[in-house]
Design a protein around this ligand. Structure first.
Ligand SMILES: NC(=O)C1=CN([C@@H]2O[C@H](COP(=O)(O)OP(=O)(O)OC[C@H]3O[C@@H](n4cnc5c(N)ncnc54)[C@H](OP(=O)(O)O)[C@@H]3O)[C@@H](O)[C@H]2O)[C@@H](O)CC1
Ligand SMILES: Nc1ncnc2c1ncn2[C@@H]1O[C@H](COP(=O)(O)OP(=O)(O)OP(=O)(O)O)[C@@H](O)[C@H]1O
Ligand SMILES: [Mg+2]
Length: 329
């Protein structure tokens, strides 16, 4: 008797949990769909009256002796998403390698020159957004130049996506982006912990990802932060969005570079569209949600074709169809 009543209670409990889970799932699918609709609203229409450059001139700051793939992935992703021109500002040793990967990129071998800041500054008036960090490395001289480039970009109100070693620099000197509302940070697991520790002077509470993210964004003066992971969580210090677009279990290097390069373009489009098109949500948050969904969808599609041998180049080959599937329905 006691056993059967316990079994009944167990079944009821299971039904309640299943219902709660299906409601939660339905709710999050609805939330995801609503946010995807906001991403669709910020995408500029293709038009025969536009000239080259109008849909985006993006600059990637990164690329050193060791890392040439990361800035390439970011820059080519920006083009594949729909930017018209993609510039890479890198160390002189990286430039011929990056140029050889692709004739589509404009490559400036300036980052390790004494006049690096001035050389990049000359281009700033023509750029709509910068992506700072993919393949930058941690050489002090390069980081010092990048600090100057960030300051010059802020002075011109240019939106910046900060990723990889750009986040290393920000963890050393959070004041560099403190309160700059046109910055989006895209940390992976490790980069988030490092940044959190540097800004909040304590370890991340791994049981409270949302709270940790909110605290970090708020402590940085409501800078938008995208914490990448099994689910991506995004916040501007007020709202928290979750992106759980289906990807795959393949974790090859370079996926984060695809994300930050795509985000460079989407940030530009979102700011151009403004909050009327994003229904009051932060345009940068909507742009970030778009880049996360796109990266994960590319991963999903590439994995369907290549399985375990999927690499970031396979994902980049999926950008066009993934973009259409998510945003042009
Ligand atoms: N082809 C190219 O040119 C590419 C170049 N790239 C460039 O490399 C540079 C350094 O970037 P990064 O991400 O490797 O640096 P960093 O912050 O030291 O993290 C590494 C450490 O974090 C850890 N770790 C990571 N994830 C974790 C997790 N989920 N959970 C737990 N731990 C985790 C992991 O720990 P491990 O497993 O080794 O113990 C590892 O030690 C940067 O310029 C970037 O752009 C890349 O873009 C790839 C393609
Ligand atoms: N465990 C996971 N399951 C599903 N997707 C994930 C997982 N971890 C990361 N991703 C996705 O992979 C993409 C890149 O995130 P990741 O954490 O690999 O960045 P990263 O370490 O900066 O990459 P990179 O190698 O380019 O530096 C993001 O779109 C994220 O959503
Ligand atoms: Mg990375």
């Amino acid at each position: 008797m006691a056993l059967s009543s316990r079994c009944g209670a167990f079944r009821t409990c299971r039904r309640v949990l299943e219902r709660a889970f299906s409601l939660y799932k339905a709710h999050s699918i609805k939330d995801m769909e609503n946010t995807l609709q906001l991403v669709r609203n910020i995408i500029p229409p293709l038009s025969s009256t536009k000239h080259k450059g109008q849909d985006g001139r993006i600059g990637i700051v990164g690329g050193c002796q060791e890392y040439t793939g990361a800035p390439y992935f970011a820059a080519i992703s920006a083009l594949k998403v729909g930017a018209d021109l993609s510039h890479v500002f890198c160390a002189s040793t990286a430039a011929p390698v990056i140029k050889a990967y692709s004739p589509e990129l404009i490559v400036h071998p300036v980052l390790d020159s004494p006049g690096a800041v001035h050389e990049v500054e000359k281009w700033l008036p023509r750029l709509h957004a910068l992506v700072v960090g993919p393949g930058l490395g941690r050489d002090d001289a390069l980081l010092k130049n990048v600090k100057g480039i960030l300051e010059a970009s802020k002075a011109r109100d240019i939106p910046v996506v900060i990723d990889a070693d750009g986040l290393w620099l920000v963890a050393q000197q959070p004041a560099l982006i403190q309160g700059y509302r046109k910055a989006v940070l895209t940390p992976n697991h490790m980069e988030f912990s490092r940044l959190y520790d540097a800004v909040l002077r304590g370890p991340v509470d791994s049981d409270d990802r949302h709270g940790s993210l909110l605290r970090l964004s708020q402590a940085l003066g409501n800078v938008t932060v995208v914490q990448k992971g099994e689910r991506d969580i995004l916040s501007d210090g007020q709202q928290v969005l979750v992106c759980s677009q289906e990807g795959s279990s393949r974790r090859c290097g370079g996926q984060g570079d695809l994300l930050s390069g795509s985000l460079g373009v989407l940030v530009h489009w979102a700011l151009l569209a403004g909050p009327e098109k994003t229904n009051g949500s932060s345009p940068l948050l909507v742009a970030a949600f778009g880049a996360c969904s796109l990266t994960r969808q590319c991963n999903h599609q590439a994995f369907q074709k290549h399985g375990r041998s999927t690499t970031t180049s396979d994902m980049i080959a999926e950008v066009g169809t993934a973009f259409s599937k998510l945003f042009e329905t």
